[in-house]
Design a binder for this molecule. Structure first.
Ligand code: NAP
Length: 255
């Protein structure tokens, strides 16, 4: 039976697991990093925790006889993507990246693209005083020295210190609504938003709300997918590629 390992932690990874689970002659395992206390579990088999670097992942691929590896991690989980590319090269297991497209600006957006969280921090004081920070619980330390600014930091799990002196933490998990985001920006008198270019619909309403209110948005650009790794932009494209790779008819399975 063919075995697919999905490196997960995203909505798309769960959707892919659902689409593949139940397909004839297919074993599906999803891997989660184990960072979230109560993760939304995907369909099929689930393993949780790091592999121990690229060598550990390569060992796992061999031991569990994996036939195809799908890197469906978050676009900013660059270390895991790098490890996946190394392990795939070492074992000869075909690797596919499932990456939702990034966001694109529309008329009225006041976006400031930056290459890193550090660059976002350097730019912030020139753009506003009350910051809605949605870059996740890791990396808030990049903003820790911005004492003159007030931060509303939203993340699924509590952010990891150090963090700015004036930080209000909001624990929440998408999807978010436009009405909710608009109200949040108004209630907290936000004058600048910081986000990663995560893409996807679940967290996009904050961008629409910022546009409506004329607020600047600092947007951290994504790291590149490792060279040579084919990219599927959505679940149907990933299923199609896996079907061809594994020689299976799996497109009729519901997701
Ligand atoms: P990362 O920096 O790229 O990875 C750090 C280490 O965490 C990896 O070397 C690996 O440990 C372990 N790891 C990461 N993803 C894993 C997975 N799916 N299964 C098993 N081990 C995994 O990752 P991250 O940015 O901390 O993200 C961690 C998880 O959260 C990922 O699953 C990602 O999809 C999800 N996520 C990340 C973000 C974000 O903004 N970065 C946002 C939403 C969700 P070993 O080297 O020991 O194997």
């Amino acid at each position: 039976m063919a075995h697919v390992l999905i490196l997960g932690g995203t909505t798309e990874a769960r959707a892919l697991a659902s689409a593949l689970t139940g397909a004839a002659a297919l074993r599906v395992t999803s891997s989660l990093a184990g960072r979230v206390a109560e993760p939304r579990l995907p369909a099929g088999e689930v393993r949780i925790g790091g592999f121990g670097g690229p060598d550990g992942l390569a060992d796992w691929l061999r031991a569990e006889r994996v036939d195809a590896l799908v890197d469906a991690t978050h676009p900013f989980a660059a270390a895991m993507s790098h490890n996946a590319a190394l392990a795939a090269a070492a074992t000869g297991v075909p690797l596919l990246a499932l990456r939702r497209p990034g966001w694109t600006p529309v008329a009225g957006d006041r976006w400031h693209p930056v290459a890193s969280l550090a660059s976002a921090a350097a730019l912030l004081p020139s753009l506003g005083r009350r910051v809605f920070l949605t870059t996740g619980r890791q990396g808030i330390g990049a903003f820790a020295r911005l004492d003159g600014l007030h931060f509303l930091a939203r993340s699924v799990e509590p952010p990891e210190p150090p963090m700015p002196a004036a930080t209000e933490v909001l624990l929440d998990r998408g999807p978010f609504t436009l009405d909710g985001e608009r109200e949040l920006l108004r209630a907290h008198r936000i004058d600048v938003l910081v986000t990663k270019d995560s893409g996807g619909a679940a967290t996009a309403p904050k961008l629409t709300a910022a546009r409506e209110l004329g607020l600047p948005v600092v947007i951290v650009e994504r790291p590149a997918v490792p060279a040579g790794v084919p990219v599927a932009p959505d679940v149907p494209a990933a299923v199609g590629r896996l079907e061809r790779l594994l020689g299976l008819g799996i497109t009729t399975v519901g997701g």
